[in-house]
Design a protein around this ligand. Structure first.
Ligand SMILES: C[S@@+](CC[C@H](N)C(=O)[O-])C[C@H]1O[C@@H](n2cnc3c(N)ncnc32)[C@H](O)[C@@H]1O
Length: 241
């Protein structure tokens, strides 16, 4: 299906030969993990390649259907988009940037909630393709997608910046913190952050400037796949408070 879509739109994109590294754009990575765990838990390990192939096929067929669906439904696990849909007043009439947009779920939620100007940004070009495809699936004109790194650049005047699961790396968290501070200071931009409680985020100074807006519990199968993360929180970053 994806290949057909690429073929139909081949004049609009350069299709890369490598898959995206982000698990949020590629749920199959989580399924490899499920398969890997099943194989490792077997009492008798495979003795040869044919054995391995047979075991993989049997294990694949034993993965319950709901595991596939839970992974697809909960790909954007931070729930910023659910929060936006619940609070359209955050989007109506506003200029919105979804930074590190991944599949574009937050940008799309802002647009569907009434934001007249929404830009999706991600340094992974596959994210731009995924966002365009998701706009199409949601009956929207493709949103503008920017693939340059905006962190550290002179901030534009955004009313709202959305960040979903962007604090997974300490260096990235440091540079984001500096840049977001500048956005608030220069333009009074409102910043909403969704995070499933990653260690790099929980232990960072930025946490002292965040105010909880909503918390969403993750379903069991998603918890299992996310190494003990149990819920996802939407925060308002307020260094001016
Ligand atoms: C964990 S994913 C989150 C995706 C999406 N926000 C979501 O929650 O579904 C992190 C995303 O940030 C993107 N990213 C990493 N560094 C970035 C940067 N400097 N500027 C923009 N996007 C970046 C990655 O390519 C990836 O798509």
């Amino acid at each position: 299906m994806v290949q057909e879509w690429f073929d139909e739109h081949n004049n609009q994109f350069e299709v890369l030969t490598w898959p995206p590294n982000s698990p949020d754009l590629n749920p199959i990575q989580h399924l490899w993990d499920v398969l890997n765990k099943q194989l490792r838990s077997m009492e008798a390990p495979p003795r040869n390649l044919q054995d391995l192939k047979d075991l993989l096929l049997t294990s694949w067929c034993q993965i319950p259907q709901h595991t596939f669906w839970d992974l697809v439904e909960y790909m954007p696990r931070h729930k910023v988009q659910r929060y936006l849909l619940n609070h359209p007043e955050l989007s109506v009439g506003r200029r919105v940037l979804d930074l590190g947009c991944g599949c574009g779920a937050s940008a799309i939620a802002a647009k569907l909630s009434g934001a007249p100007h929404v830009v999706a940004n991600d340094i992974d070009p596959i994210a731009a393709v995924a966002t365009k495809m998701n706009c199409e699936l949601n009956g929207l004109e493709p949103l503008p997608c920017v693939t340059q790194n905006l962190i550290g650049s002179e901030p534009e005047k955004w009313d709202l910046i959305l960040l979903g699961d962007m604090f997974y790396d300490e260096t990235l968290t440091d540079s984001l913190h500096k840049w977001l501070y500048k956005c608030v200071n220069l333009h009074r931009t409102q910043i909403l952050i969704g995070d499933p409680g990653r260690a790099q985020f929980e232990s960072h100074d930025i946490k002292t400037l965040l105010y909880e807006q909503a918390r969403f519990e993750l379903p069991d199968s998603v918890r299992e796949e996310n190494y003990g993360l149990t819920s996802s929180t939407v925060w308002w970053y307020r260094p001016d408070y």
